[in-house]
Write a new protein. Structure first.
Length: 313
């Protein structure tokens, strides 16, 4: 009798929650590790372009090996277009916009802005699958967005030395665009999961990106020396953020169920903030923590509101 046969539903759910926490911890480190890889504008290290293309190229080469070993179904017909769309958001859009933004704002700041990602993904799914969330859901989405805007205006102004009026840093707009790119591509990628399998989807997304990411990584290869810590950050986002983190996350969803496991994702912004303090020497102030709690409260409430499902668009 196999070990899987001996596992009770409660044990499977518990294992799923622990794997979900592992996946969230891996993704939470993406912000500080990306900042570590790119450096600040005043002390640049690896270019945002190289971090984006290089991490995807390395993960794509590993994906070829994985797909060759595990086999399984290959994409067919319109699935290739869906893979390309997902790659545009997850492989290019989100990492590049995130890396560019993190050159100019701290990771604890970015954690608040990107904390809206779960709610943005839920909104994108509602539109794509013609779902009808409760009016309160859209209220939570609007409130969460307003909190992010107020935080970006107030915190960017105070961190830049004050001055008259409130003003946002243009990097905040890049972070918002990163959230939109990721949420849209997550929804399209999710449509491929039943046919291809969750782990294979991310691998195929990376493989179809290789004709662009591999030569672009070589073209943007750094010509100036950078610190070993920057290379360490790059290796992390390539192996864990871009690849292994998805394995843990998708397996967690399969074992513990998406409803329960997805709630663990609420911890991600706070973990990003906590990791940024020792790794980057950043300061976690009361304003950032307060806005982070408020944004996550809107996400928590919004994800628990009822949704009526219709036919996919």
């Amino acid at each position: 009798m196999s070990a899987a046969t001996l596992t009770t539903p409660l044990e499977q759910e518990t294992r799923g929650l622990w794997l979900g926490l592992l996946g969230v911890a891996i993704f939470a480190l993406t912000l500080p590790m990306t900042r570590l890889a790119t450096g600040a504008a005043a002390d640049p290290q690896l270019s945002p372009a190289f971090v984006t293309f290089g991490r995807a190229a390395l993960a794509g080469l590993l994906s070829i090996v994985y797909l060759a070993v595990v086999g399984g179904p290959r994409p067919q017909g319109r699935q290739w277009a869906a893979l390309l769309f997902t790659a545009a958001g997850n492989v290019l859009g989100f990492p590049l916009l995130l890396a560019l933004g993190l050159r100019h704002v701290e990771a604890v700041h970015a954690a608040v802005i990107t904390g809206l990602l779960p709610l943005a993904t839920a909104a994108a799914a509602a539109l794509a699958f013609r779902q009808r969330p409760a009016a309160a859901f859209w209220g939570c989405a609007a409130l969460g967005s307003a909190l992010v805007v107020v935080y970006a205006l107030s915190h960017s102004s105070s961190s830049s030395g004050g001055g008259a009026g409130l003003r946002a840093h243009w990097a905040d707009a890049l972070l918002v665009l990163a959230v939109l790119a990721a949420s849209a591509s997550y929804v399209v990628g999710a449509r491929l999961t039943p046919a291809l399998g969750a782990e294979r989807v991310i691998c195929w997304v990376l493989v179809v990106s290789l004709p662009l990411t591999l030569p672009a990584a070589g073209w943007t290869w750094p010509t100036q020396p950078v610190r070993a810590a920057a290379w360490g950050g790059f290796v992390y986002v390539a192996l864990f953020s871009m690849w292994l983190g998805f394995f843990a996350w998708y397996r967690a969803l399969a074992l513990g169920g998406p409803v329960r496991v997805s709630q663990v994702q609420l911890l991600q912004p706070f973990l990003s903030m906590l990791f940024a303090v020792p790794l980057l020497g950043e300061r976690l102030d009361a304003t950032t923590l307060g806005f982070g709690v408020a944004v996550m409260a809107t996400v928590f409430i919004g994800k628990r509101l009822p949704v009526q499902t219709g036919k996919p668009a």
